[in-house]
Design a protein around this ligand. Sequence first.
Ligand code: ZN
Length: 311
Amino acid sequence: MAPMQVYYATQFVLPLPPGHRFPMGKYQLLRDRLAAEVPDVQLMQALPASDGELALAHTLAYIQGIADGTVDPVILREIGFPWSPAMAERARRSVGATIAACRVAFAEGLAANIAGGTHHAMADRGGGFCVFNDAAVATRLMQAEHGRRGRSLRVAIVDLDVHQGNGTARIFRDDPTVFTLSMHGQKNFPFRKESGDLDVDLPDGCGDDEYLEALDTALGDLERRFDPGLVIYLAGADPHEGDRLGRLKLTWDGLEARDRRVFDWAAQRGLPLAFAMAGGYGHRMEDTVQAQVNTFRVAAGYWRHWQNRRR
Ligand SMILES: [Zn+2]
């Protein structure tokens, strides 16, 4: 049995000035730990998304501005990364990784991107460490690929990063074929939230029980209102209690139960699911990576379940 496909772009390291608060090292740590500890995972290098693919969710002016570094400095400040050719390439590869994970998910049930989940990016600008919106581009591309075969595709984006998926909500605001669910800290970034299809605001200090109850309610609500053919899951590690930016208090067990809820929900309905890592800013980077390794361990179990079902 071939293992679960996991796409990466970690060889494209975004050069950051010393002391920058973005934990770039977590991607390589995650990749190393997956290779060493999760045997059912096959790490694959992602291809970059093309201009045409990015243009499914972004304006040509913005794509060009990121490609050649002429993007408005105000936008760059909002993104929070200095521009470099490596920054532009990495952003493209990260979108490519989510695209690849979606394609494989249709065939195998479950696949992942060990980066991505860059949900603050809007059509014409990035923000909050997000350059391009991988889930948005992948959603539109999967819909286009289905459309060429005369089929329609409805996509549910389940965003459990602790920050609101404001870019995703905005991009799909008037699109009834995409359902955007975001569960996030009410008092957390972004401070001006967009309206998605289902937004769940959580109070500071929210713990496991309250969170899981809200998640059950949200998934039930999604199901009553929408009938997806693909799920894209943003498995942010930042609701963990050890996160610097999260403001919530989920334990290790709570985060694992969260992941199981989502994978269970998709598996029981036979829905292909692609997931991306999204945010994680642990006081200890090892904790963020641990949370993400845990997500992959749980995912690998569901992946095996899918393969057994298909035989
Ligand atoms: Zn986040």
